[in-house]
Design a protein around this ligand. Structure first.
Ligand code: ATP
Ligand code: MG
Length: 357
């Protein structure tokens, strides 16, 4: 059988070893002479090198060609998903100062299950109960966190709690999510062609999805004006939806939603927008990559109604670092904070919540 990364190996022989090594998740090429990899959450410099800048540049443009795209002076940036599922982003000089820059995020066939996350210490059994309850109770959940903090993996794991009798519509820029349910309809956006034609955005696909009788909407990532469309959809009865956003804390997630909604170009008084955000989003699950390279669900927070025009969040669970050991490993615990406001509703539905003392 062909190796799953054979496609890339053809063009990127100098990093073949890392393409084949499943413990390597990312390969970062900063010009011909400087190549880093990410392994188990940590960056390492490698000895690998390309023979020259022209050969690296040729490799990058061959990758582009193989997916019917261009990488040249007119199109100096490439963002592509390869047939094997890996993601490649490349930038060529003179935009990049150190030669051709390529970042490869390898495709992982088996995304992280909740069981594996528990095993890795990325969340606690109590956190699992909370997450399951949020999904079963059709709460709208946003997974927030920094770059590569594990947002998409948590979203994928969250989606595993969706009951299999529901119709799920998935919208992504680049397919990463792998829902296990049977009744799933997945969409992927399309970039404009060379003449700037034919673009299909998340907003467009969201409009279609709303007409396709979704029980749940799962949106890979919110980055722009689609936030407003999503907020409106959630506030008009598409409960139980989920997405991710780049943010530094659960509170920041709400501000980011607001900022993204403003990018829609639709004018709305700030207070009206805020109340849409606060009422549409029920909970934020915040992820982080800690200094020892481990990724964790560091907070689960419930979003409360606005108070005096300000957002309010209630932490249900939070990670607390207790010590950093000599080898840099972080020790700590997932601590239950306040009970959710929906305790009563959960018990009526027979949904188990973790016990807070
Ligand atoms: N809990 C975890 N334990 C170990 N590795 C993880 C964990 N969560 C995610 N990863 C790995 O970290 C990398 C980034 O994960 P993921 O794509 O979920 O992050 P992200 O926050 O969505 O990234 P981006 O900012 O690029 O959207 C992947 O290689 C993934 O397999
Ligand atoms: Mg992601």
């Amino acid at each position: 059988m062909e190796h799953k990364n054979s496609f890339l190996i053809l063009f990127l022989a100098p990093v073949k070893e890392f393409l084949e090594d499943d413990s390597v998740s990312e390969i970062l090429i900063n010009g011909p002479e400087q190549i880093y990899i990410e392994r188990r959450g940590k960056l390492e410099r490698t000895e690998a090198k390309f023979p020259s800048e022209p050969s690296l540049r040729a490799a990058a443009s061959n990758i582009a060609k193989s997916v019917q795209r261009l990488l040249n002076d007119d199109y100096p940036r490439l963002d592509a998903r390869l047939p094997d599922g890996s993601r490649v982003h490349a930038v060529i000089p003179p935009l990049s100062r150190c030669g051709t820059v390529i970042a490869i995020r390898k495709f992982k066939k088996d995304t992280l299950s909740i069981a594996k996350m528990l095993d890795y210490g990325s969340l606690s059994p109590d956190a699992e109960k909370l997450l399951r309850a949020l999904v079963l109770m059709h709460k709208n959940v946003i997974v927030s966190g920094g770059t590569s903090s594990g947002k998409t993996s948590v979203l994928n794991a969250l989606s595993s709690f969706i009951p299999s009798n529901e119709r799920v519509l998935v919208i992504e820029d680049a397919s990463e999510l792998q829902l296990q349910q049977e009744h799933v309809v997945s969409f992927e956006t399309r970039r404009p062609d060379k003449n700037g034609q034919g673009e299909v955005t998340i907003r467009d696909l969201l409009a279609s999805s709303l007409r396709l009788r979704p029980d749940r909407l799962v949106i890979g990532e919110i980055r722009g004006g689609e936030a407003l469309d999503l907020l409106q959809a959630l506030n008009t009865g598409h409960a139980g939806s989920m997405s991710t956003i780049h943010a530094n804390s659960p509170m920041d997630c709400l501000f980011r939603m607001e900022t993204c909604a403003l990018l829609s170009g639709i004018e709305m008084p700030l207070m009206a927008l805020r109340s849409q955000v606060a009422s549409a989003i029920d909970a934020v699950v915040h992820t982080a990559r800690l200094s020892d390279g481990s990724r964790k669900v560091v907070a689960i927070s419930e979003v409360l109604p606005l108070k005096g025009g300000e957002y309010q969040v209630r932490d249900l669970m939070a990670w607390q670092t207790e010590a950093v050991e000599a080898d840099g490993k972080i020790r700590g615990a997932f601590v239950l904070k306040e009970p959710p406001t929906f305790v009563g509703q959960a018990s009526l539905l027979g949904i188990e919540l973790p016990l807070t003392q």
